[in-house]
Design a protein around this ligand. Structure first.
Ligand code: ASP
Length: 585
C-alpha cells in the first residue's frame, strides 16, 4: 500500500533493489547505530514496516529511539554485507540530509525482542513496547480479526447494532462494575457483563440478525486468559435453531482463521457435554491430541483389588511412556494427582513378555490376568507404553485424569493446528446452591432441552440432569465462547426465574422490561458470543491475551500506565454523594 505523505516518500521496510538510484525520504525511529570508520555511522531506521540501513555522517548525534527524517539515495549494499534476513537487506541509503523531529531519552528497556522485560515495566511504558515488531504484528492481526468478523457477519445478513454501556445489571455470573449516578445520588449504573438483554430486545424489535463487536466488563479474578474488560463478537438471530447458529459462527471463525493463517480449518465437529466430560475429563477438550480417558469400570466390576473397587475406574495410555518417563517423573505425577484430589494414581508399564503383551511394575501385581489383558485391550496399549488408572467417584476420576491428560499431552500454543469443537447439550444447572436453588450453567435466559422440559418439576438433585439448549465453542482446549437458544416466552422465563429462586418481585424489578417485551410478540431466537482476545491470542501463537491487547491491565487488575484504579478527589466524591470508609486493613 502506498503510505507516502507530505513528509515521506517511502516506508523503511518497503525499499528494495528495485529502488536503487532513487532519492527518497523516510521517517521513523533510530533502531540501532553502529560506527563505521571515523566519519560514518550506520543507522537502522525503523517504522512499522521494517528497518532500513542508512549511512550517515558519524558526527550527527542520533541516538536510540530519536525520531528522524532522512533523505538520500538508495544504493546497493557493498558486496558481502547483504543481509538475507531483512526485506531491505540488499540496499542502504546514502543519506544526504537528516532532520531530528524529536529527541528521545534512552528507552526504559532494551528494544530487542530477545531480552525478557518485566511485564509491569512494559505496561508502564506501553507506548514504547508497542513499537516492537511482536506487538505491531499482534495488534495488526487483531485488526484483521475484527475486520474479517465484520465482513463475515455482514455477508450473512447480520446488522451491527450498538448497545449501551451504562445499564442495569446483566446476569452473566460475575460481579458487576458499577458507576455511581451524579443526578441521582445513591443510584448506580452497571457496566454490561455482555449485551445479552439488549440483543434479545433487538430480536423482539424485529432486527432478525444482530451482531456487535462488544466490550464486556466483569469484575472477576484475572488469569492469563482473562481481563476485567474484554471484547467479544456478540450475535443473535431470530427464527433459527442451534444448527443455524453453528453455521453462522463456524463460517465466521473459519474466515478469520483463514485470513490470519492462510489455512481454512476443517468442518467443526460436535461433542456432547457428557461425552466430553467422559472422554476428556472437562468441557473444553483439547482435540489436538488423543490420549482419551477410557472407561474401565466394567473391567473391574468384580475385582479383588481394593484400589479398583470404586464407583468409576478410567485409564489413559501414554504412548512410549514406559521409556520416556523416569521413575521420578512418575512419582511427581502421582503427587500431582493427589494434589488434584485423587486418592492416588495407579500406573503400570506395558511390556513384551515373550511375544505377549503384559502389564508390569506399579500396581500390575494386584490385577488378575483377565483384568490385565482387558486393560491392555481397552486402552489399545502396546509394549513400551505406560498406562495410568484412577479409581474414585466419577466426577473425581474425570477431573484428575483430565488434568493428567493435559499435563502429559498438551502442546504449546501455536502447535498442532487449529482444532475447533462445538460442545453441546450442557446441563441447564451446574449445581444446587446453599439455598437449595439451582445455579444456572449459562445464564437464566437459556431454553431447556425440549426432551427434558417435563423434568423441570422434579426438583432437587434431579434438576442437574436437565439438559439445556446451550453450547460452547472450544479451540485447542480454550473456551472461545458460548451461546444458547433463548427462552422467548414470558411463562417459561418466569418459571425459570422461580426455579432459580428469583421471586416474582425481584424478577419484575430486575428483568421486568424483558418479560414485558416478551408479552408483545417475541420471535424464537438464539445467539452466541466468542472472545476476540482469546481467538486472536491463539491465532497469533500467544499464551497470554495481554499480548494481543493494546493497553491491558496487569494480572492484579492495575494499569501501570495511567495508574488506574485511583482515588477520587473529595469534590468528585461529594458530587456523587459518596463517602469512602476507612479501609479495615
Ligand atoms: N451473553 C453470553 C456471554 O456473553 C453469550 C450468549 O449467550 O450469547 O457469554
Amino acid at each position: 500500500m502506498d503510505l507516502s505523505t507530505a513528509m515521506r516518500t517511502d516506508m523503511c521496510g518497503q525499499l528494495s533493489a528495485a529502488d536503487i538510484g532513487r532519492t527518497i525520504t523516510v521517517c521513523g525511529w533510530v533502531d540501532r547505530r553502529r560506527e563505521h570508520g571515523e566519519h560514518l555511522a550506520f543507522v537502522d531506521l525503523r517504522d512499522h514496516t521494517g528497518v532500513l540501513q542508512c549511512v550517515v555522517d558519524g558526527s550527527r548525534d542520533l541516538r536510540s529511539e530519536y525520531v528522524v527524517s532522512m533523505t538520500g539515495e538508495v544504493r546497493p549494499r557493498p558486496e558481502g554485507t547483504v543481509n538475507p534476513d531483512l526485506s531491505t537487506g540488499e540496499v542502504e541509503v546514502d543519506v544526504k540530509s537528516v532532520e531530528i523531529l524529536s529527541k528521545a531519552e534512552p528507552p526504559p528497556f532494551p528494544m530487542d525482542e530477545r531480552t525478557g522485560v518485566d511485564e509491569t515495566i512494559r505496561l508502564r511504558h506501553r507506548y514504547v513496547d508497542l513499537r516492537k515488531a511482536r506487538m505491531q504484528r499482534n495488534l495488526r492481526t487483531r485488526a484483521l480479526v475484527n475486520s474479517t468478523i465484520r465482513s463475515a457477519m455482514e455477508a450473512q445478513g447480520f446488522t451491527e447494532i450498538e448497545t449501551p454501556m451504562l445499564i442495569a445489571s446483566t446476569p452473566e455470573g460475575a460481579r458487576d462494575f458499577v458507576v455511581p449516578s451524579r443526578k441521582e445520588p445513591g443510584s448506580f449504573y452497571a457496566l454490561p457483563q455482555s449485551p445479552q438483554l439488549f440483543k434479545q430486545l433487538c430480536m423482539v424489535g424485529g432486527f432478525d440478525r444482530y451482531y456487535q463487536i462488544a466490550r464486556c466488563l466483569r469484575d472477576e479474578d484475572l488469569r492469563a486468559d482473562r481481563q476485567f474488560e474484554f471484547m467479544q463478537l456478540d450475535a443473535e438471530a431470530s427464527f433459527v435453531t442451534q444448527d443455524d447458529v453453528f453455521e453462522f459462527i463456524s463460517r465466521t471463525v473459519a474466515d478469520v482463521s483463514e485470513a490470519v493463517t492462510g489455512e481454512r480449518p476443517a468442518e467443526i465437529p460436535e461433542i456432547s457435554w457428557l461425552d466430553s466430560m467422559e472422554r476428556f475429563g472437562n468441557d473444553k477438550p483439547d482435540m489436538r491430541f488423543g490420549m482419551e480417558l477410557v472407561e474401565l469400570t466394567p473391567v473391574f466390576s468384580d475385582t479383588e483389588a481394593r484400589v479398583f473397587q470404586a464407583e468409576c475406574v478410567k485409564g489413559i495410555c501414554l504412548s512410549g511412556g514406559a521409556e520416556s518417563l523416569s521413575r521420578n517423573q512418575v512419582d511427581g505425577l502421582v503427587d500431582d494427582c493427589k494434589h488434584w484430589g485423587a486418592k492416588g494414581l495407579a500406573w503400570m508399564r506395558v511390556i513384551d513378555d515373550d511375544g505377549s503383551t503384559k502389564l508390569d511394575a506399579g500396581v500390575a501385581k494386584f490385577l488378575s490376568a483377565q483384568e490385565g489383558s482387558d486393560v491392555i485391550a481397552a486402552l489399545d496399549a502396546e509394549p513400551g507404553d505406560m498406562v495410568f488408572l484412577v479409581a474414585d467417584k466419577r466426577s473425581m476420576v474425570r477431573r484428575v485424569l483430565g488434568l493428567l491428560r493435559l499435563a502429559l499431552g498438551r502442546l504449546p500454543v501455536g502447535e498442532g493446528g487449529l482444532k475447533f469443537v462445538w460442545v453441546v447439550d450442557f446441563p441447564l444447572f451446574e449445581s444446587i446452591g446453599d439455598d437449595g436453588s439451582p445455579v444456572p450453567a449459562h445464564h437464566p435466559f437459556t431454553m431447556p432441552h425440549p426432551d427434558d422440559m417435563q423434568h423441570l418439576d422434579d426438583g432437587g438433585e434431579a434438576l442437574l440432569e436437565v439438559r439445556s439448549q446451550s453450547y460452547d465453542l472450544v479451540l485447542n482446549g480454550w473456551e472461545l465462547g458460548s451461546g444458547s437458544v433463548r427462552i422467548h416466552r414470558a411463562d417459561i422465563q418466569s418459571r425459570i426465574f422461580e426455579l432459580l429462586g428469583i421471586g416474582v418481585e425481584e424478577a419484575q424489578a430486575k428483568f421486568g422490561f424483558l418479560l414485558d417485551a416478551f408479552r408483545y410478540g417475541a420471535p424464537p431466537h438464539a445467539g452466541f458470543a466468542f472472545g476476540i482476545d482469546r481467538l486472536t491470542a491463539l491465532l497469533a501463537g500467544e499464551e497470554n491475551i495481554r499480548e494481543v491487547i493494546a493497553f491491558p491491565k496487569t494480572q492484579s487488575g492495575a494499569d501501570p500506565l495511567t495508574n488506574a484504579p485511583g482515588p477520587l478527589d473529595s469534590t468528585q466524591l461529594e458530587e456523587l454523594g459518596l463517602r469512602v470508609l476507612p479501609s479495615s486493613t
